[in-house]
Ligand binder design. Structure first.
Ligand code: ZN
Length: 131
């Protein structure tokens, strides 16, 4: 019932070692590598290995764009219908091959549009200089 502030509520009175000895240390390159190579095992397994909390693992995974969700037979979160195929580039990005292809296509189109805009900008600049 009490409406007391929530901060620090998790800090129980129990003394002794923390369950996550590495929680406060900055992530090392090796840990990031473990994160991406073991991502199929899920956050809890990775957390246990690294001595960090599952929450911290999930946070870092999303920051590092590593999907922890892809498992063999998983449904692609983008289209919600096709299966993600493990060990493909698409799976590494957490989606099915079709969605990955569509995404690549979009990226290509954006790239082309950017180049076009850049060309137009340069041309306009030249015209401005001449004027
Ligand atoms: Zn898909």
């Amino acid at each position: 019932m009490g409406n007391a502030s929530n901060s620090g509520a998790r800090r129980g009175p129990s003394a002794g070692g923390t369950a996550y000895p590495n929680e406060r240390r900055p992530w090392t390159t090796g840990e990031l590598k473990t994160l991406s190579t073991m991502r199929n095992e899920g956050a809890d397994a990775i957390a246990a290995i690294l001595g960090r909390s599952p929450k911290a693992v999930r946070r870092m995974a999303s920051k590092a764009h590593v999907s922890l969700r892809v498992r063999p037979g998983d449904i692609c979160p983008i289209c919600g219908m096709r299966e993600v195929r493990p060990h493909t580039m698409a799976a590494r990005h957490g989606m099915c091959p079709t969605c990955w292809m569509e995404r690549l296509t979009r990226l290509r189109e954006e790239e082309a549009a950017q180049r076009r805009a850049e060309r137009e900008y340069q041309a306009a600049k030249k015209r401005a200089q001449r004027a």
